[in-house]
Design a protein around this ligand. Structure first.
Ligand code: HEC
Length: 120
């Protein structure tokens, strides 16, 4: 996990000539990833969200977007690159997927970075 954190904090997702912060870029990508925003199905912070509840052949069915803010990066990466029933296919780049993961874990990353700064 430590190595992973270092990897993410080290990632430069924008060039020197951009005027938005990493936070703003990550937030905008989460809400507008060249398709339906992730928050529509997974909630504002990736906490998961019930999309619909209906009855099928008398049975109660629930359609929901799972929580995605507590899963390891490997699972997140694999899932976003796969065909998932009920989820649009996005064809995101590796940097975009890393940015989305950063967005969902930004507080943890910031805390880890602050801790590292302190210990130097
Ligand atoms: C239209 C609804 C919808 C949207 C929009 C959507 N998803 Fe999903 N997503 C789903 C559904 C449904 C699943 C499968 C849930 C299940 O298996 O129970 C899923 C599964 C996932 C999983 C796998 C979770 C796990 O534990 O296996 C990840 C990661 C994920 N989505 C990330 C994203 C990201 C990132 C975005 C935005 C780029 C996004 N999703 C947008 C509906 C959506």
């Amino acid at each position: 996990m430590r190595a992973l954190l270092a990897l993410f904090i080290g990632v430069h997702v924008y060039g020197a000539a951009t005027f938005i912060t990493k936070e703003e870029y990550a937030a905008s990508l989460y809400h507008n990833p060249r398709g339906i925003g992730c928050q529509m199905c997974h909630g504002e912070s990736g906490e998961g969200r019930r999309i619909a509840q209906y009855k099928h052949k008398g049975e109660k069915k629930i359609f929901e977007g799972k929580p995605i803010n507590k899963i390891p990066f490997s699972l997140f990466y694999h899932a976003v690159n796969s065909k998932i029933v009920g989820m649009p296919r996005y064809y995101l780049t590796d940097t975009e997927i890393q940015t989305l993961y950063y967005y969902l874990h930004r507080e943890e990353f910031k805390r880890a970075a602050a801790k590292r700064r302190k210990s130097h």
